[in-house]
Design a binder for this molecule. Structure first.
Ligand SMILES: Nc1ncnc2c1ncn2[C@@H]1O[C@H](COP(=O)(O)OP(=O)(O)OP(=O)(O)O)[C@@H](O)[C@H]1O
Ligand SMILES: [Mg+2]
Length: 236
């Protein structure tokens, strides 16, 4: 096992004085694919927000590449290699696809990379963000995050509300993103089957805590664990 790229120890976090997460210990290796599964309100988004600096860290530490980052604002964490694709698919609706990408671009990222990953975005490059379908907006949100060159990419329910054919296409893209071996991918999903097909390891969350952590294969073999811990089944 390599040095962890991302490590959370004894994390308690929330919004203002409210505690949402408690006792979170989590370690992610470089290039690892991790699924985070749990029902609505379990704390999945808050976990990603805490890693990104968008929620308040009350106790514990967040480390990236061995350096404490818990005190850094979100843009500094982004500069250090954390990329979040938020559940809300934040894009600029009044800018074109290409302008959205250029606004996010940093380092040696190129438009060609984004267009190679999502040919649909190239076809739509002069369209306004607001004119895109839900699936295209998600592609753009992902491509924007990639333009910042992340070492760890955090995907918050990227399949939510999208047609099955788009979900399959996005899942293949996530495989591509993880396949360079150095980019770790954290995939938050309620679609347990898709998440487990993608991930090497999974954590299950309930009531702001990690209630199970182990190989994805174990949860595929034992769907009763999913039912017991998070009350979600393997469907679709
Ligand atoms: N900005 C906020 N301020 C206060 N409480 C919040 C805020 N955002 C979320 N919460 C609360 O934190 C808890 C966890 O919410 P969170 O959004 O992390 O869940 P989730 O697992 O991502 O759910 P979903 O699957 O619905 O996206 C919930 O009880 C929620 O009401
Ligand atoms: Mg959420």
């Amino acid at each position: 096992m390599h040095e962890p790229i991302l490590q959370l120890d004894g994390v308690t976090a929330g919004y203002g004085p409210t505690h949402v997460l408690r006792g979170i210990d989590l370690s992610l290796a470089a290039g690892e694919r991790l699924a985070v599964i749990g029902r609505n309100g379990a704390g999945k988004t808050t976990l990603l927000s805490t890693i990104m600096g968008l929620a308040r860290l009350h106790e514990g530490s967040v480390r990236l590449d061995g350096h404490a980052i818990g005190h850094l604002p979100p843009f500094r964490r982004n500069e250090r290699g954390l990329g979040l694709v938020p559940q809300t698919r934040d894009i600029f609706p009044s800018l074109t696809v290409e302008e959205n990408l250029l606004a996010a671009m940093r380092g040696d990222a190129t438009l060609d990379e984004a267009y190679a990953l999502f040919p649909r975005l190239k076809e739509r490059r002069r369209n306004g963000g607001a004119q895109l379908s839900g699936g295209e907006q998600q592609m753009l949100a992902i491509a924007r995050t990639l333009m910042t060159g992340p070492k760890v990419i955090l995907l918050d329910e990227p399949l939510e509300g999208l047609a099955p054919v788009i979900c399959e296409m996005l899942m293949r893209t996530f495989e591509d993103l993880a396949s360079n071996g150095s980019r770790a991918v954290v995939l938050v999903e309620q679609h347990a089957e898709a998440a487990l097909a993608f991930a090497e390891r999974a954590i299950l969350m309930a009531n702001g805590a990690i209630v199970h952590s182990g190989p994805a294969q174990e949860l595929k073999d034992r769907p009763d664990l999913l039912h017991r811990h998070v009350g979600v089944g393997i469907e679709t």
